[in-house]
Design a protein around this ligand. Structure first.
Ligand SMILES: [Zn+2]
Length: 273
């Protein structure tokens, strides 16, 4: 650290201030926009538009939440809508970001405050090609009670390894507005996700990843349905038999070959409007 930088660091309160700053947005830096990877495959953009609308139709997204996909030409770029309600997204709203979540060509369009969720997961998970962040309602109780979300039936077999719960208060050590507003918070969430397909965000929502848009949409829909069914099963008050690991492994492999079926139906309905 140079003398000037050190003076600034000390003036800001040193390491203590740096730690506390994890939950606060950095002031906008005057920096050049990252280079574009070039135009994405129009089919990918069409699928991203469809994914936004499908997730609203299925009760996962509402006026809030977002879905992104990794750029087909460059793994260090991803695509996501500008900051509007998911049901209103069209192809012209889709923006390109680098993995620090800087927009490539904002042209006055605003970005989602919590876009760092997406960029930081793409950095840590090369296998991930699509990310959904939602506040899907039936999942919320599992993030605040310590009751683990578990696969109740074959459609949600992907939950067999469990869904880690990330608590923003543990990451910042202070009260926040619960939003993932900074790269540091996005990275903390991505680390909590680890190799899992789903992470719950205490008092906020969840994040779900997949290897393609149809898979991440499927997982988002059936995470919500499983949470609803698990809550209903628990309310019956009797012991619950969940899928065991062997069943879950076989069920997931079997379902994986059929994802095109619901996807085509959901997409057709979503784009007909
Ligand atoms: Zn959120």
């Amino acid at each position: 650290m140079g003398a000037i930088a050190r003076r600034r660091f000390l003036a800001a309160g040193g390491a203590f201030a740096a730690m506390a700053a994890i939950g606060r947005p950095r002031p906008a830096a005057a920096q050049a926009a990252p280079a574009s990877a070039g135009p994405p495959d129009p089919k990918l953009v069409e699928d991203l538009v469809a994914a936004n609308r499908i997730l609203v139709d299925q009760g996962v997204l509402d006026g809030y939440g977002h879905v992104s996909v990794r750029h087909d030409r460059d793994a260090s770029r991803y695509l996501m809508s500008r900051s509007i309600a998911p049901e209103l997204v069209t192809a012209v709203d889709v923006m390109e970001y680098d993995l620090d979540s800087n927009p490539v060509d904002a042209r006055g369009r605003t970005s989602y405050l919590e876009r760092f969720i997406h960029g930081e997961i793409y950095k840590l998970r090369p296998d991930v090609k699509a990310v959904v962040h939602s506040h899907s309602p039936s999942v919320i109780p599992f993030g605040v009670t310590g009751v683990p979300l578990r696969p109740l039936y074959h459609m949600s077999a992907f939950l067999v390894g469990g869904a880690p719960v990330w608590d923003i208060r543990a990451a910042t050590g202070e009260a926040t507005d619960m939003l993932v507003r900074t790269p540091a918070l996005g990275q903390a969430l991505a680390r909590s996700l680890g190799t899992a397909p789903v992470a719950l965000m205490r008092g906020h929502g969840n994040v779900i990843v997949g290897t393609a848009l149809p898979q991440v949409v499927f997982r988002s829909v059936y995470t919500e349905v499983n949470a609803r069914l698990q809550g209903q099963a628990m309310a019956l008050g009797a012991p619950i038999t969940y899928l065991d690991p062997g069943e879950a492994q076989k069920a997931e492999a079997s379902i994986a070959g059929t994802l095109a079926r619901p996807w085509e139906l959901w997409k057709k309905k979503a784009l007909a409007r």
